[in-house]
Design a protein around this ligand. Structure first.
Ligand code: GLA
Length: 375
């Protein structure tokens, strides 16, 4: 009798456990499948994810994403830290992972003012390079990196963030030493290195003017000169209230009218309080941590989760208005725990900017994004 009761309990217990397991692994729909008739869904991945040691993230990546960007591994300081020294271990792994899984790769990035070592701009005595010698350094970098992945990396963010907030060309070493045509040169070198790769200009805050007007002018000038440029990457480091939806919408339309593909290349939504007058994505911004600037350290309340989900839905509804123009939406990370927004522009906060939570579970925002396409 006793034995039977134990048996029965074990049996029903097992059933219960099986039920709970089934419920918690309930198959959520796949993002990339949901948007397959509209645009690719990409993710920026970090070192653990490239090397496969973050196995939970790997499973999400394979199920939900069909495009990849290296969060840092292909930036100049990582891939070419010293003259003549290239480090390809991480980028090779990323590219072969993408090949095995049929994913589209964007090399990020060939020319930027940040995360580029000082030696790039100086000779061995520390003197600034001449225009010709800096162009030679840039050409060697682009030929070596793009050349290595010819036919394997389908697209490149050739130039990142060349514009200031007021729309003028950023006062970078590239501009100072080479002059205004450094952007053209970078695009020409990239095309020479791999004529079949798609080439993009990538920047933040180009949905809003005056920066938007300058980006439009930059692209149309390159095109008028016959320089190959295939797309514009709008980074999309967003807030709940910035930029406004009308700006996102008209920016896609206006860039699309130039005949280039439009993609959102670094999408995330920062829901934490902003330091005063703060917008944009300048990685050198840094403010002090005060407790009121970190209100969700112990978890995200429902109201905030809903605000985030609604904001994501509003934005994806705009993306869906532009078939044939919108080619990709890349999230800047897979899950909240890895986001740069936990440490920028204030270090040590708990942020919730992405579609999967710290436990690798799809969030309310994930379902609200999926629902935009189900309608
Ligand atoms: C910019 C760059 C990215 C990345 C983010 C912050 O947007 O384009 O590579 O550094 O800043 O992570």
């Amino acid at each position: 009798m006793k034995k039977n009761i134990v048996k029965h309990l074990l049996k029903t217990g097992m059933v219960l456990i099986l039920f709970v397991c089934f419920a918690c692994t309930k198959k959520e729909p796949s993002l990339k499948d949901a948007f397959k008739d509209h645009f690719m869904i990409g993710a920026a991945i970090n070192t653990d994810q490239i090397m496969g040691s973050d196995s939970l993230a790997h499973a999400i990546l394979i199920k939900h994403f069909n495009a990849l960007t290296a969060e840092n591994a292909m930036k100049w300081e990582r891939i070419h830290p010293l003259p003549g020294i290239y480090h390809f271990t991480l980028s090779d792994s990323l590219v072969s992972f993408a090949e095995r899984n049929g994913m589209f790769v964007t090399g990020h990035t060939l020319l930027w003012h940040h995360q580029t070592p000082k030696w790039v701009f100086e000779d061995s005595t520390g003197k600034p390079l001449t225009r010709d010698s800096l162009l030679a350094v840039l050409k060697d970098h682009i030929f070596t990196v793009v050349g290595r992945y010819k036919g394997k990396v389908q697209s490149w963010d050739v130039v990142n963030e060349a514009l200031e907030e007021n729309g003028s060309l950023r006062k970078s070493k590239w501009l100072e030493i080479i002059g205004d045509d450094y952007i053209e040169k970078a695009f020409e070198f990239a095309k020479e290195a791999d004529p079949d790769a798609e080439l993009y200009y990538n920047d933040y805050n180009i949905e809003t003017s005056p920066k938007r007007d300058s980006a439009l002018k930059l692209i149309s000038t390159l095109k008028a000169k016959g320089i190959k440029i295939d797309g514009v990457g709008i980074q999309g480091h967003y807030h709940l209230d910035f930029p406004n939806l009308a700006d996102i919408d008209s920016a896609i339309r206006e860039f699309g009218d130039l005949g280039v593909k439009v993609m959102f290349t670094e999408l995330d939504i920062n829901i934490l309080p902003k330091p005063e007058n703060f917008t944009g994505a300048n990685i050198s911004d840094n403010y002090e941590l005060h407790p009121e600037m970190n209100p969700y350290a112990n978890g995200l309340p429902d109201s905030a989760s809903t605000q985030l989900a609604n904001r994501y839905a509003d934005i994806f509804n705009i993306f869906l208005k532009y078939p044939g123009i919108m080619s990709r939406v890349t999230l800047w990370g897979i899950h909240d725990g890895q986001s740069w927004l936990n440490n920028w522009p204030i270090r040590g906060r708990t942020n919730y900017p992405l579609l999967f939570d710290r436990n690798y579970k799809p969030k309310q925002a994930f379902y609200s994004v999926i629902n935009t396409v189900k309608k």
